[in-house]
Design a protein around this ligand. Structure first.
Ligand SMILES: *[C@@H]1O[C@H](CO)[C@@H](O)[C@H](O)[C@H]1NC(C)=O
Ligand SMILES: *[C@@H]1O[C@H](CO)[C@@H](O)[C@H](O)[C@H]1NC(C)=O
Ligand SMILES: *[C@@H]1O[C@H](CO)[C@@H](O)[C@H](O)[C@H]1NC(C)=O
Ligand SMILES: *[C@@H]1O[C@H](CO)[C@@H](O)[C@H](O)[C@H]1NC(C)=O
Length: 204
């Protein structure tokens, strides 16, 4: 079975949010159909433990072919996609340094910059450990990871709290965008923490 074709089809099905059973209407071979079903089962199974399951499936399906049901690869993927979004929002936050917003919003944005820098640091430390997991140090590694990922999540939550008193309707477009992206990032981070808990439970 050509895994490139499977990958492409899998992306199509997940992107369109279709049920694999619809594969039959496309006249796919049984083999292809079975692969699509299998890979979407892997990602749905991994994401089952997360709070934001749709977001999890949408962001992590490309890892299904490599990760299958390996919890340590899923946890690493969860952190990797969170890092990508965290870096993106940090770039935006740095660009909005001089944007014309009210005083309260300016303070909130400035706090968010510090919090997201901190958060990114914790996420990178986590990724480094996830890359060299080993049975001898597993318990300590999991405990470090839980500390850092919780800290990263708290930072991102705290950033969002800063906007809690400014209503969305009165916010500037910049603030609304930052808020939306920070919310998604926080949800990815929450998912990564859930995937870590699954790894702690499953073991290496
Ligand atoms: C593809 O898989 C679905 C669900 O597993 C099944 O209902 C359908 O009949 C299959 N189609 C083909 C062509 O095998
Ligand atoms: C997800 O978890 C629930 C229980 O929490 C279980 O009933 C369900 O079968 C699981 N789904 C998958 C795809 O593993
Ligand atoms: C992982 O997947 C294989 C087959 O794909 C299955 O036999 C095995 O039970 C699965 N392991 C877990 C822990 O789900
Ligand atoms: C999961 O993947 C990791 C890293 O690729 C590997 O070291 C480990 O042996 C795998 N675990 C299982 C159960 O296959």
């Amino acid at each position: 079975m050509n895994s490139y074709i499977t990958f492409t089809l899998l992306s199509l099905f997940l992107a369109l949010n279709l049920n694999p059973s619809l594969a039959s209407s496309l006249d796919l071979t049984d083999d292809t159909n079975a692969s699509i079903t299998r890979y979407s089962t892997y990602v749905k199974n991994a994401c089952n433990v997360t709070r934001y399951q749709h977001l999890c499936v949408r962001t992590l399906w490309p890892f299904a072919i490599v990760a299958k049901n390996n919890s340590s690869i899923w946890a690493r993927a969860g952190v990797a996609v969170t890092i990508t979004d965290t870096k993106q929002i940090l770039r935006l936050l740095l660009r909005t340094r001089n944007s014309a917003v009210g005083k309260r919003e300016r303070i909130a944005l400035s706090d968010c910059r510090e919090l997201f820098v901190d958060s990114l640091d914790s996420l990178y430390k986590s990724l480094a450990v996830l890359r060299k997991l080993n049975a001898d140090e597993f318990q300590r590694q999991i405990s470090d990871l839980a500390t850092w990922l919780s800290a990263a999540l708290t930072d991102q939550d705290t950033c969002l709290d800063g906007f809690a008193e400014t209503s969305d309707i009165n916010s500037s477009p910049t603030v609304r965008m930052i808020r939306r992206k920070a919310t998604k990032c926080m949800q990815l981070c929450s998912n990564a923490l859930a995937l870590l808990n699954k790894l702690a439970y499953d073991g290496l």
